[in-house]
Structures are given as C-alpha cells and as structure tokens.
Ligand binder design. Structure first.
Ligand code: FAD
Length: 334
C-alpha cells in the first residue's frame, strides 16, 4: 500500500452496475440491495457506477433501486464491454474518489476486470463472496466465501488497504425493490479512457444460449457410457429442474456443447446434487465436481472409480436407471 493512504480518507459503498446492450445484469440489483444495508450500517452513501454508451436511463433505475448517487461514464468506448476501458475508468474513479467498499458481480465481466482495478489501487479484493456484512465497531467489510472445497466458510477482512473490494456470486441476495419516489443524484463523470485503452477490437460477438452450469443447483452429467444418446440425461435434468453437463469424452464426441463440460479443462460446479451417469470418474473429471454436496453415480461397472467419490452409487444400465428415476421424480412432483 502506498505510504500516503489513510483508510479514514475512504468513504461510500460503490456498486458496479453491469449492463450489456442496455440490459442490466440481475446481480447488480442484488448488490444494490446488499450495498444499501452496508452503507446504512456504516452511515455512508450508496454509490452506483454505470459505464455505457448512454447510461442515463440505467442511472435513473439505480436511484429507484436505492442508490444515493450514481456516477455515469457515457462513451461509445464502453460498448460492447471490454476489460481495458472498464478497468481503467473504474480505476481512475477509485483513485479520484476513494470509495471505502466496492462491490462487483462475480460474473464473467466482473471477474474479468476487477483485478484491473484492485492491483493498481492496492485494493483488498475478495473473490466469489456469498455473504457480506460490516463489523460493528470498525465498519470494516466482512466478506464471507466458501473455502476448503465448500466445507467451511472464511470471513475475510481487509484492515489496511482500500477500497475493500468484493466480487459477489450472483443469486445469493434478493434484488433491490423499486421505489419510484426515491431521490438520488446522477453525475455524468469525465471519461478518462479511449480506444487506446481497449487493446482489442470486437469483430463479432457470438452469444451462447447455453445456461451457465456453474450456477446450477442440480446437475445431471452424462459421459461416454451414454453412447451418444443424451435423452435420459436431459429428461432427468428436466424433471429435477437441473442442468445437463458432460464429461470431456462426451463433449469431444460432439454429444454435448463444450460449455457443459465439467472438469479440469471444463467448468467447476458446486451444485447441491450432481448425478454422474456413464462417467468413469477420471481424476480430471472429479476435479470439476468434487465440491458438489451430494454425488449420485450411475454406472454399469461396479469397479468404476466414480463410486469412490459418490455419496450414492447405483450399479446398473443408465438407460434403465435414469428413466426410472425420472418417472419417480415426476410422480413425486405430481
Ligand atoms: P469413460 O472413461 O470411457 O467412461 C465411460 C463409463 O461409462 C465407464 O465407466 C462405463 O462403465 C460406463 N458405462 C458404459 N455404458 C454404460 C451404461 N449403459 N450405463 C451406465 N454406465 C455405462 N475429462 C473430463 O470429463 N473433464 C475434463 O475437464 C477433462 N480434462 C482433461 C484434461 C487432461 C489434460 C486430460 C489428459 C484428460 C482430461 N479429461 C477430462 C479426460 C479424462 O481423463 C477421461 O478420459 C474422461 O473424463 C472420461 O470420460 P467418461 O467418463 O465419459 O468416459
């Protein structure tokens, strides 16, 4: 930390309002709700930060949802999102305004640029938080996040560095309620970045319609044992309201999209329930799912390694077991 930084000089709780094509990510409204509580406890203002080609409308919505003050950086350089301009503008504002706390959604976007703010400003950044509070006596941010593979929760506080930054998992807080009568100040700030800060040019954007399996509470994964027929996997996932995932074998065979691959070179999931069907349990696969709360394995080979990592094992043919499970789930749900 630079010698001249005094935590006393830092105030306000900032929330980054993430938007793409004018549509605000829900996590931003969730963070405004939680940020409001922190700001009230600390007697600080809740400040929203919008970066967009034209952020006035979003800024007005941020006021309706609880912001006392909104900083808006309007410039075409912010559309579409690129880490360079976002990180540099956020950093410049942090250096100019000294926020005490800065909250950013733990989305692809948030995770992408948060480090570009935290490193040059010497901020304390806690990633992937699931609970936030402030310490009664000191007003320090208490950022809680799962640790040891989800078996324990760590409370992390940053006693000296500022701002106290957190990226926060989507879906853990309720979104802020709207109150049309709320009043707040909207300030269009000086844009301090330009195309030179982008270091990249967007030629095309391909937006995947695949849901992010990392957020799913229930995951049903299929492997090479499906022999290319994922319908029992899809049916069970549908009955349970979960997401379909796959091993690398299955993805390489073209039976599932790469975004659904679980494992070392795929996604890491931490669902409440992970059902692995026709998956042997290679170490590279386990790496992506061994934090699941409950693992159910369905495999025709009783010696398949997956059983050593499962809470419940069913030795059997997935084409018989899964349809029966699906039927039972549907019956139970009425
Ligand atoms: P298999 O190992 O072939 O297993 C198929 C299983 O299906 C068998 O256990 C079989 O008994 C069972 N089965 C067959 N028929 C049925 C049936 N009718 N009913 C029930 N069970 C049946 N793998 C990943 O998954 N994710 C990764 O991210 C990943 N990254 C890797 C990175 C590296 C650097 C390397 C080297 C490998 C990686 N792998 C990854 C590959 C990994 O090592 C395994 O090859 C892969 O996980 C095996 O996939 P599988 O279990 O679907 O197939």
């Amino acid at each position: 930390m630079p010698a001249d930084v005094d935590p006393e000089d830092y105030e306000d709780v900032w929330v980054f309002i993430e938007q793409h094509d004018g549509e605000v990510a829900k996590v931003s409204w969730e963070l405004l709700n939680e940020g409001r509580k922190l700001a009230d406890k600390n007697g600080e203002r809740l400040v929203a930060l919008v970066m967009s080609e034209d952020g006035q409308e979003i800024a007005e919505e941020a006021v309706v949802r609880g912001a006392d003050h909104v900083l808006v950086a309007d410039d075409p350089v912010f559309e579409p999102y690129r880490a360079g301009p976002y990180g540099a503008q956020f950093r410049d504002l942090v250096e100019e305004r000294n926020p005490d706390i800065a909250l950013i959604g733990g989305t692809h976007t948030g995770r992408d640029f948060a480090g570009r703010v935290a490193v040059p400003t010497y901020a304390g950044l806690t990633a992937d938080c699931t609970e936030l509070d402030v310490e009664e006596d000191t007003g320090l941010l208490l950022a809680r996040r799962p640790t040891f593979g989800g078996d324990a929760m760590a409370t992390i506080k940053c006693t000296t560095h500022r701002p106290q930054m957190s990226t926060v998992r989507a879906g853990v807080f309720d979104p802020a309620d709207r109150d049309e009568d709320r009043e707040g100040e909207i300030e269009h700030v000086e844009v301090t970045v330009d195309e030179d800060d982008a270091h990249s040019r967007i030629i095309d954007r391909v937006v995947s319609d695949v849901v992010d399996i990392t957020d799913a509470e229930i995951v049903v994964a299929g492997g090479f044992g499906t022999e290319g027929d994922f319908s029992p996997i899809e049916d069970l996932a549908d009955a349970l309201g979960g997401e379909v995932a796959a091993s690398r074998e299955a993805v390489e065979e073209g039976w599932a999209e790469p975004a659904r691959q679980v494992g070392q070179t795929g996604k890491t999931v931490r669902p409440e329930l992970y059902i692995a069907a026709g998956i042997s349990g290679a170490i590279q696969h386990l790496e992506g799912m061994d934090d699941a709360k409950t693992v159910v394995a369905v495999n025709s080979d009783e010696n398949a390694p997956i059983f050593e990592n499962a809470d419940y094992g069913i030795v059997g043919d997935l084409f018989e077991v899964l349809p029966e499970l699906t039927e039972r789930v549907r019956e139970a749900k009425g």
